[in-house]
Design a protein around this ligand. Structure first.
Ligand code: CP
Length: 340
């Protein structure tokens, strides 16, 4: 049984197989088939979603499977996660029972469980999604946890491979920190740097001082990049970072040093509003394309002119979410090869 929690926990051949499948599905976008007609998946969204929810529902339907989407606490019971807790509060059901029951109805469970942003130790070790997966007896797909977003990661890699016609190794990828009115979790940036490193790209993490990613993530990405022919550097020099870049991947995330102090974090961030992707900053790149996982705040994270301009590939990137979801379902369910 294969859980897809973070790609580095799986065999590299699983990643390679899923990436190939995602690109294959992109070549047959409207294909409806029945390879998974006897399968079902339950999608549990503890947090909001547009792309992940809909792309997984459509992916399941196009493969012939059934998907049920639940929003715990809204139509189903509020759930407790803690081991050994006394459940005398609002939570009426423990994940141990909920996931145990759903494992008996479904052939896979997807779960979205964002970072708490109040407990760095819990978030950085992805304790909640790990606990959730432990309670399951069917494969669990991480639909974005505190620290990783493997579905986004696969879609992003597919988009980049397609953009450069497979000639990706050695290109410059910039993860560009951007201002956002709220401190956001690190799952997407963590996944993005790991993904670009795995593709053998030269990765620059451009972020203000105090916004470095977790050392476990940068160290792993550096190791992976070295094996793939790429590299990873971090800098607070945005201009130098953008120069010669071929991919600008914009993302906001909260500061690690002030993680549990929302007020201090907000204060620190408020002076960083010029960390925004503009046409001027994009002109420093080597014909760089603009990527963002979405949702994105226009004229806060990135200017209209960039999003509506020829360099933006964020909608194709979002389209790839559907093909990546199909590839992940194919992987965990070990579906037979596509009939000729
Ligand atoms: N990028 C992404 O995961 O989008 P949603 O939050 O809308 O699912």
């Amino acid at each position: 049984m294969k859980h897809v929690i973070a790609w580095h926990q799986l065999d590299p051949s699983d990643w390679a197989q899923a990436l190939d499948a995602s690109l294959r599905f992109a070549g047959e976008p409207q294909r409806w088939e029945r390879r998974a007609r006897d399968r079902s998946i339950c999608l549990m969204f503890f947090n909001p979603s547009l792309r992940t929810r809909t792309s997984m529902e459509v992916a399941a339907a196009q493969l012939g499977a059934h998907a049920t989407t639940l929003s715990p606490g809204a139509g189903t019971w509020q759930m407790a996660f803690a081991d050994g807790g006394v459940m005398d509060g609002a939570e009426a059901e423990h994940i141990q029972e909920a996931v145990g029951v759903l494992s008996r109805y479904y052939d896979a469970i997807g779960v979205r469980l964002f970072a708490s942003l109040t407990d760095y130790e819990q978030d950085s070790t992805d304790q909640l999604v790990t606990r959730f997966a432990r309670a399951a007896s069917v494969p669990v797909i991480n639909l974005e946890s505190a620290f990783f977003h493997p579905c986004q990661e696969l879609a992003d890699a597919s988009t980049i491979v397609e953009q450069f016609d497979g000639d990706v190794r050695g290109r410059k990828f910039v993860l560009a920190w951007c201002y956002h009115p709220r401190a956001l979790p690190m799952a997407v940036p963590n996944s993005a740097v790991t993904m670009a490193a795995r593709l053998g790209m030269h990765v620059t993490i451009a972020r203000p001082d105090g916004y470095d990613l977790d050392p476990s993530v940068t160290e792993r990405a550096t190791r992976i990049a070295a094996e793939s022919g790429g590299s990873v550097v971090e800098t607070s020099d945005r201009i130098a970072a953008f120069e010669g870049a071929q991919v600008i991947y914009a993302k906001a995330w909260g500061g690690r040093q002030v993680y549990t102090d929302a007020e201090a974090e907000a204060m620190k961030r408020s002076s960083l509003k010029d960390w925004r992707v503009t046409e001027d900053s994009l002109s420093l790149t080597d014909d760089g394309v603009f990527m963002h996982c979405l949702p994105v705040r226009r004229n806060v994270v990135v200017d209209d002119a960039v999003l509506d301009g020829p360099s933006a590939i964020h909608l194709r990137q979002a389209e790839y979410r559907l093909y990546a979801q199909k590839a992940i379902l194919e992987l965990i369910w070990k579906l037979d090869a596509v009939p000729a």
